[in-house]
Ligand binder design. Sequence first.
Ligand SMILES: Cc1ncc(COP(=O)(O)O)c(C=O)c1O
Length: 345
Amino acid sequence: MKDESHRLGLGSFKALGGGYAVVRLLLEEAERSIGRRINVGELHEPDVRAVAAGMTIGCATDGNHGRSVAEGARLVGAKARIFVHDDVSARRIAAIAQFGAEVIRVKGTYDDAVAEATRMCAANKWLLVSDTSWPGYERIARLVMQGYTVLAHEALEAMVDPPTHVFIQAGVGGLAAAVAGYMAILLGANRPAFVVVEPSRAACLLESIRAGQPVKIDRGEATVMAMLECYAPSLVAWRVLSRAADAFMTIDDEDAVMVMNLLARPTGGDPAIVAGESGGVGLAGMLRVAADVNQRAALRLDADSRVFVVNTEGATDPGCYEELVGLTPNVVLSNKPANCKASSR
Ligand SMILES: Cc1ncc(COP(=O)(O)O)c(C=O)c1O
C-alpha cells in the first residue's frame, strides 16, 4: 500500500495534481509574455513573479483539489478563486482560504460549482484548473493527471518486482487512469491487471462501461466515501480506463469503514495506517475479490500475486475518522464537512 496521507502536508494524493498544473501553466504563460524559455528553477525570479501576479486561477472543488490549486497559486504568487457548493462546510472553506484563496459559494451540487467556475473563468479570463474533463476541456485536466503519475513512479521505484494487480479507487477516474496509463506504458506486456473500485452508490465508471460510453448517473443517497461521490466520469479518464482497465467493481459503505479499521489496527507487525473514508477503497475491493472464489479465479488473484493499492487520503475529517474508527487520528487535517454521511465530493 502506498500511503498518500502525508503528501505535501495536504493529507491526500490530490496535492500532486492541481498545484503541479498551476506551476506548468504559469511557466507557459511566462514564456509567452517574457519571450524566452523559462524553467521551474526560475519560478521566483521577479519577471516570472510579475506574470503570476497578473494571473487568476479558478476551480470547483469540495475539498482536496481546491486545496491543491490554492496552494499552487500561493506558491507561484497568483490569485485563486475556488468555487464550492452548498454542502461544503465552514471548516473546509477555512482550509482552502488559509492559502490566501477567495472561496466562492455556489447554490446546488458539485456539478453546479463546476458549471459556475467554468462560466466565471470564461467571463473574467481566469484560468480554469479542473480535475475533471469534458468535451472541449481536456488539456489542463490532463496536466492534473500527469501530476498524479508521480505516485505511480515512486511506487514502481520502491518495488523489487512490478505488481501483478492494481486495485484503485475512482471518483471521476483521474487517479485510476493516471496510474493505469503510466504503468501500461512503462511495463507494456508485463503490466498488472487493473481493477477500478467505486462506491456502489456512485459508480459512474461502471455504468459507463455497461453503456459503452461515458454516462451521467442519477444522484442517489450520499456515500461515506465522500471524495468518490461523482456522478459523471472525466472524459480523459474514461478514454484511458475504457481501454486500460481490466475490471470495474463496487464496494459498499460498510466495506470502506471495515478497511479503515483494519488499517488502523493491523496484525503481524504491519505499521498502522490512518486512512480516511475514501483512502482504503482499493484495498477493500481487493479483499472482496479475494473472498470470492470465482472472482479470484477470473482475475487470477492467488498466493503468488503482488497487489498494489493506494491509501489516497488520511483522516481529512478527524471527527468522522474518530466516529468510524474509534481512535484519534495522528494526522489531523480538516478539509471535509463534520457530518461524514451527508457530503458530496
Ligand atoms: C482521497 C481521494 N481518493 C480518491 C479520489 C478519486 O480521484 P478521481 O476523482 O480522480 O477518480 C479523490 C478525488 O477527489 C480523493 O480526494
